[in-house]
Design a protein around this ligand. Structure first.
Ligand code: PLP
Length: 377
């Protein structure tokens, strides 16, 4: 699915010397690379505060702790996403409220958010799923109307740009009140282990969060709030500093590969290519940075296609095979199946093809021909 080795070969010198530098200076924790990376990412995103942490799941949890959400507060998020989002809501004893997604862009359905709001609702967590920006204009408008926080889960969308109806352009993760991201190796900006970060433009919230990630300390050995230990280590920060200058090119390579897939699948019966964005403008605007390239297979046997691709040596994935509302850990008697029509259908239809920065034309042709031959049988 990803070619981390090929990408590494192209930046090997810088990465190796940066890692060696951390080892030689033994600045393993909170070394200069962590601070420099924080500043470089703030500049890249055009956001006031980046707070590095240990992984993307922690980032979400810490963002929610920073906002002061309390047990019983309801947090609305998408039914069709990775479980981390709902997991941290539940861990903090907040009440997850899962809602359906849009059948075209797979992102949280704005109408469903509106329907799910109650007097207990405190926050909305949109996920820029598969790298496509969620509908932030409408989400921010609902949040404003109902005085809710918006926490962007930007684990799959780093480097994407959202263009508002008023023409303003902002990087994902800088639009809501706070955002989280993950530097898991296969993410668009990945390190060589675990890593994550929280972003916000709110000075007070940033201050609160900086204490939370460090055992609730604002002054050494004074624990003012209950915190956690969540750090990005210096070696990972050094890797990320080597990769950040390439992020735009990495995302461009993903978009170009996606466009080649989409062109090859054009007009093929039973295949629906990713929608919800402007293909023509995407290379310059990057509203979809293709963390995943996900097709819908309709009126054909998706599971048989998965098996066939595996036999042909083509990795593929089903993200996600089970809706969160049907997961044992997150069942809630208030959920009604008719409220999850889209997710319940998508889990049967979606398939994600190999997507990374090193895909070449030969690989793309082999993959698309194999898929087309199978579904056209
Ligand atoms: C990867 C991911 C996370 C979690 O990130 P980790 O670094 O693995 O903890 C959270 N949300 C989404 C949407 C993700 O894709």
């Amino acid at each position: 699915m990803v070619d981390l080795k090929g990408q590494y070969e192209n930046i090997k010198e810088r990465v190796d010397s940066s890692i060696m530098n951390v080892i030689e200076t033994t600045a393993f924790i909170n070394g200069p690379d962590v601070h420099e990376f924080q500043k470089e990412l703030e500049q890249y995103l055009d956001v006031k505060h980046v707070i590095p942490c240990a992984n993307g799941t922690d980032a979400l949890q810490i963002a929610m702790m920073g906002l002061g959400l309390k047990p019983g507060d309801e947090v609305i998020t998408a039914d069709f996403t990775f479980a981390a989002t709902v997991e941290v809501i539940a861990l903090l004893q907040l009440t997850p409220v899962l809602v359906d997604v849009d059948p075209i862009n797979f992102n949280i359905d704005v109408k469903a958010i509106k329907k799910a709001i109650t007097p207990k609702t405190r926050a909305i967590v949109p996920v820029h799923l598969f790298g496509l920006t969620a509908n932030m204009d409408e989400i921010m408008a609902i949040a404003e109307e109902h005085h809710l926080y918006v926490i962007e889960d930007n684990a799959q969308g780093i480097g994407a740009t959202y263009t508002s109806k008023n023409g303003s352009k902002k990087k994902t993760g800088t639009i809501g009140h706070v955002a989280s991201t993950s530097f898991f190796p296969s993410k668009n900006l990945g390190c060589y282990g675990d890593g994550g970060a929280i972003f916000t433009n709110d000075d007070d919230l940033a201050h609160t969060i900086r204490g939370i990630v460090n055992h609730g300390m604002y002054v050494r050995y004074h624990h003012d709030v209950v915190g956690v230990n969540s750090r990005l280590d210096s070696i990972q920060a050094a890797v990320l500093r080597a990769k950040l200058p390439h992020l735009d090119n990495y995302n461009k390579a993903r978009i170009e590969a996606a466009n080649k897939y989409t062109l090859a699948f054009k007009g093929i019966k039973n295949i629906v290519t990713p929608g919800g964005f402007d293909i023509e403008k995407n290379i310059s605007e990057r509203s979809h940075v293709f963390h995943q390239y996900t097709l819908k297979i309709i009126n054909a046997d998706r599971d048989a296609l998965v098996k066939h691709l595996n036999e042909k040596g083509i990795p593929c994935g089903v993200y996600y095979p089970i809706p969160l509302h049907l997961q044992k850990a997150y069942k809630d008697e208030r959920y009604k199946e008719e409220d999850f029509k889209v997710t319940n259908q998508l889990i049967k239809e979606v398939i994600s093809l190999p997507m990374h920065t090193e895909l070449d034309d030969e690989q793309i042709t082999y993959i698309t021909e194999t898929v087309i031959n199978f579904v056209s049988k």
